[in-house]
Design a protein around this ligand. Structure first.
Ligand code: HAM
Length: 500
């Protein structure tokens, strides 16, 4: 009998797993389940765990985004999780919500560091520091990384979230803007996401922005007292930021504010018109939304967002634009650049909602149930061989009986099982059981074991496909082979590399 910290009653602990108490309390004769709030450390608000059962969804997005970006000539870059705080002050901007309210900053040995709230600033810093901007232009990089912003958590808005992003440096042409937008759209299409609207806008260059700021100062100045405290300070320093304020009063006032498109200089207007014409050439539908100003200060000219209405208020799955002044601001040569980032958690919300396809979760291909030490050693060796072939093979590492081992094989959804005991060792052969159909095939436990298993496994896989799917599998495998090894078939077909 133990003292219960929750009910202040006496109880018997029946089972305790991961902080959950299943208890029998004598008074009420019921079995109850308590969560041990006192001892369990919870993950911080606004963060998420990705469990093994869901990780294939992440692999799907990462694989498709990575491969699509590579097909557009982008290569991966990896950057630190934290940077000097000054980097974000100078790039994201001192008057943005991100810098003023949302950064996770620590003071470490007299230097201020900040967990990255986004990927662009760190990426440009890394490109500058490593001389990438002295190499062939344009430079094209992509990244998959975690970001940290202290925002109020809600569906699609987290404090730690993940982005897939790209940056391209070295082109001021509007066709680079079209190329980057086309890449974002293709990724969304390859993910199978539907009903996404593309909104574009131009927020001009510092020249046209100066006139626009004057107009905004006049407009918001007339209702200064109604603005939130932060926006009152923004009125002087950076009035465009008021348009991005999350306070309901400021955003209501902002609805009738002047729009930047009326203040664009000739160069910026021409750039914007040319972009629209390229998007039409590429068959990319878009809408102009003059209200898009983006929440980060570095943008110039083109800004864009891909938005869905299907996941609630946080419907922007991708945002980006041009930032022609940032590289110079961070100490480099004047170099035009642009990019975008997609929120991976938001993509997942849309994909789940729309029932998009994910890569098939990986399951155990074969489970060996072993009886006795000699059989266990045989199972170990066979697993080692099969793993070299690329199979997911398991055997019992807990020391369970045969029944419990088979129960476990069922639970993990093993495609095949094989029981090995003294008889099988003596015969030098054992039955391979296909779990779904119950079909059994005797295979020898000799040095051809892995090849024989491979043949049976591939047969089963092809049986489960219809003819068209099977042809596709062969074609893809052939293409992948040629891609990796070149054409070397001895068939006399005269393709490059054919020995025939
Ligand atoms: P951003 O609009 O701040 O832009 O973020 C890009 C995307 O990250 C958003 O569209 C959204 O999908 C996701 N996201 C942002 N905040 C959160 C959050 N709190 N929780 C979940 N998802 C979120 C940038 O970060 C720029 N660096 C994009 C860029 C790259 N511009 C040029 N190059």
């Amino acid at each position: 009998m133990t003292y219960c910290p929750f009910k202040r009653d006496n109880f018997h602990v029946i089972d305790e797993t991961a902080g959950l108490y299943y208890v029998y309390s004598p008074g009420s004769i019921t079995i109850e389940r308590f969560e041990n709030m006192a001892n369990n450390i919870k993950r911080p608000n606004g963060t998420e765990d990705v469990l093994p059962k869901d990780v294939h969804k992440w692999y799907t997005i990462e694989k498709i985004a990575r491969e699509t970006a590579e097909s557009y000539g982008f290569s991966e870059i990896r950057i630190p999780t934290f940077e000097s705080t000054d980097l974000y002050m100078r790039s994201v901007g001192e008057t943005t919500d991100v810098v003023q309210k949302e950064m996770y900053t620590v003071m470490a040995k007299e230097t201020k560091f900040t967990l990255r709230p986004e990927g662009t600033a760190g990426t440009i810093r890394a490109m500058l520091q490593n001389g990438l901007l002295n190499e062939a232009m344009p430079q094209r990089v992509f990244y998959i990384l975690s970001c940290f912003r202290h925002e109020r958590p809600q569906a699609g808005r987290l404090r730690e979230f993940h982005q897939f992003g790209i940056e391209m440096a070295g082109s001021s042409s509007p066709c680079a803007d079209a190329e980057v937008i086309s890449l974002a759209k293709t990724i969304l299409e390859h993910l199978g996401i539907r009903n996404i609207e593309l909104y574009i806008n131009s927020i001009g260059c510092p020249d046209c922005r100066a006139k626009y700021h004057e107009a905004l100062r006049e407009f918001f100045g007339a209702r200064r007292d109604e603005l939130c405290e932060t926006c009152r300070t923004r009125l002087e320093k950076n009035p465009m930021r008021i348009l991005d304020c999350k306070s309901p009063v400021c955003s209501e006032i902002g609805k009738n504010a002047p729009i930047i498109l009326d203040y664009l200089c000739d160069d910026c207007r021409e750039h914007f018109e040319k972009l629209q014409s390229y998007l039409k050439t590429l068959g990319i539908e878009f809408r102009i939304n003059p209200k898009i100003v983006r929440g980060l200060d570095y943008y110039t000219k083109t800004v864009f967002e891909f938005v869905t209405t299907e996941i609630g208020a946080q419907g922007t799955v991708c945002g980006g634009g041009r930032y022609d002044g940032l590289i110079e601001e961070l100490g480099g040569q004047k170099t035009p650049a642009l990019g975008f980032a997609m929120g991976i958690e938001r993509l997942l919300l849309v994909m789940d909602k729309q029932g998009c396809d994910y890569l098939t979760p990986k399951k155990c291909d074969i489970y060996f149930a072993a009886m006795g030490d000699a059989a266990l050693e045989k199972a170990m060796m066979l697993c080692k061989e099969l793993r070299e072939f690329g199979y997911r093979a398991e055997y019992d590492v807990v020391g369970r009986g045969l029944k419990a081992q088979m129960k476990y094989a069922n639970k993990i959804g093993a495609e095949f099982t094989m029981v090995i005991g003294d008889n099988e060792l003596n015969d030098g052969a054992a039955k391979l059981k296909e779990m779904e159909s119950g079909k059994e095939t005797l295979i020898r436990l000799d040095d051809k074991f892995s090849n024989n298993f491979d043949a049976i496994f591939i047969d089963k896989m092809l049986d489960s496909l219809d003819e068209a799917e099977a042809v596709k599998v062969f074609e893809t495998a052939a293409q992948e082979y040629v891609h990796e090894h070149g054409h070397d078939c001895n068939c006399g077909c005269k393709e490059d590399g054919c020995n025939g």
